[in-house]
Design a protein around this ligand. Sequence first.
Ligand code: HEM
Length: 175
Amino acid sequence: MQAKRYFFGRGWAHVWEVLYFRSQNYTSMYPLLLLTHSLVRYFILIFLVWVIVQSFKAWRQSAPFSSADEKAGVWLLILSHIQLLLGFGLYATSGLVQFTPATMKNDVLRYWTVEHIFMMIIAIVLITLGRISSKKVSDVPIRGKRLFWFNMVALLVIVVAILTSDRGFFTLRTA
Ligand code: HEM
């Protein structure tokens, strides 16, 4: 009852603030989230390239997937979903994510509020769909072809997203 009054007694704007961790007490998570999100990106790129190379070999040369390749695929899936969660944490705490009338007119604010999340979610969906759809296939070249295209397009989307940000490809920031 007390909790209900806390949330709803002050109007929806306040509920919004609480749900998005806008309180000063929570924003100290931001540097750690940014550093982790930034680091995880490199692991995602490494596993993505690995899966793309191995699935190309499977597609064109019928080379079977090794157990290391299977593990790389699992790690890619796990890390991209961890990245999604970290991304939501950052989205709630970053000062560059703003919902104001000026946001769409400012290149940096528009990128972090709209474009980054949009492109990265597409990439994560592609990685996930590639895995789900290829799991059902036992034929090695067909599985390789599916994995190759889903992950190749995901890689292109991620590279474009990082290149169009205001950061370099090799940055590690905490603030
Ligand atoms: C494959 C998925 C993703 C990759 C590779 C990725 C990559 C990055 C990179 C490289 C940065 C800059 C870090 C730095 O400058 O040190 C960043 C920042 C950020 N990302 Fe992502 N990201 C991904 C997914 C997401 C998702 C899904 C969201 C939102 C839900 C998100 C939200 C953010 C935010 C808010 C920032 C911080 C902006 C700031 O305050 O500096 N990211 N991301």
